[in-house]
Design a binder for this molecule. Structure first.
Ligand code: COI
Length: 354
């Protein structure tokens, strides 16, 4: 059964396509959806390649009740940002990396995926169509969300007969609005991922299982949860929405990509920046005790960018870290965002003009 996609008027709430400037207070944005004008959609049947897609008005989609995504979680998402430079041009940060990660996730979930060229082209088209929603220089970014899902219906367990690739966007500010540093609590009841599982891909199915721990953490005043490895419970994996780094002296340590950690694009970029700035970077298992004893700690991710961790609490013990001026985190963040916003020269060739 082929589902159809169509926009619905009620979902067009905030768009005013005739007006040039959207009604958004750029200073006050956090990380909540602000619906934009258009989304990009393309579909293909199993065993086929994605053809050319098209832009349609942003809105709700219609899905078969027995679609692969709704019944069996056959879906992936990506997140990347478009930034407005001071001269008004718009830059994307490493969209090819998101395309590659989606492709590897698609293989794991038995889905066809767009080629890297199709992915990047779809992202560019979405950004251009929603250009008026790209915040002014220095006021945030346009967060772009590509989705790949089994949209065709099948009652029995198996790959869906049809797939949809969809890209939508929303202007965003800071993920943890008004927080300069994050207070994490170590989760002791649940694990995020295990060896041989799907922790290393960006499947939608990795995210709802963390909500229970995140909700409990927030009720206790924490803003993020730190997950430990499922095998021993001694090493850190990652937080619910970002990768984690520990700093001791000149060394920056982060868990390796071995199937349970999401290969973050920001993670990878921060490692490269840190190396060029002269830090020693180690990708190896990080014992929780080592993190609790660190000088500094920080999180990385497209949404959180590079954000200091103020404290990690485990079984009543609260380790506090340096978060004020002159931190490693601050240097890495300044370099990364400088490149992303076009303030610093892009010597790595990461930025792609839309
Ligand atoms: C991102 O950082 O882009 C993510 O996908 C994390 C998400 C939970 C907001």
């Amino acid at each position: 059964m082929a589902p159809s996609l169509k926009s619905t008027p009620e979902a067009d709430g905030n768009s005013n396509k005739d007006g040039k400037s959207p009604d958004v207070n750029w200073e006050e944005m956090g990380f909540s959806l602000i619906p934009t004008d258009y989304m990009y959609v393309m579909k293909c049947a199993i065993g086929e390649n994605f053809p050319q897609g098209s832009l349609i008005p942003y809105g709700n989609i219609e899905l078969s009740p027995c679609s692969g995504i709704l019944n069996y979680g056959q879906g992936l998402f990506e997140g990347l940002k478009a930034y407005r430079k001071e001269d008004g041009r718009i830059l994307l940060f490493r969209p090819d990396q998101n395309a590659l990660r989606m492709k590897s996730g698609a293989e794991r979930l038995c889905m066809p995926s767009p080629t890297a060229e199709q992915f990047v082209d779809a992202v560019k088209q979405t950004v251009l169509a929603n250009e008026r929603w790209v915040p002014p220089f220095g006021k945030g970014s346009l967060y772009v969300r590509p989705l790949l899902m089994g949209s065709g219906g099948s009652l029995g367990l198996g790959p869906a007969p049809e797939y949809t690739f969809l890209v939508y966007a929303s202007p965003v500010g800071s993920y943890h609005k008004r927080l300069k540093s994050l207070n994490l609590v170590v989760e002791e009841k649940h694990h995020r991922a295990s060896h041989g599982g799907t922790g290393g891909i960006k499947t939608v199915a990795n995210y709802s299982p963390v909500l229970n721990a995140l909700t409990r953490a927030k009720a206790q005043g924490f803003c993020e949860v730190l997950f430990l490895d499922a095998a021993t419970g001694k090493y850190i994996d990652e937080a619910s929405a970002c990768n984690v780094f520990s700093v001791k002296g000149n060394s920056i340590i982060t868990p390796p990509i071995h199937g349970t950690i999401l290969p973050g694009v920001t993670r990878k970029s921060v490692i490269e920046i840190a190396q060029t700035l002269g830090y020693q970077v180690e990708e190896r298992p990080v014992a929780l005790d080592e993190l609790l004893d660190a000088d500094e700690a920080f999180c990385t991710g497209t949404a959180v960018v590079v954000t200091s961790i103020g404290s990690v609490t485990h079984q009543g013990r609260r380790a506090e870290y340096k978060t004020q001026a002159d931190t490693v985190c601050q240097k890495l963040r300044e370099t990364l965002t400088g490149i992303q916003m076009g303030r610093l020269e892009d010597t790595m060739g990461w930025m792609v003009e839309v």
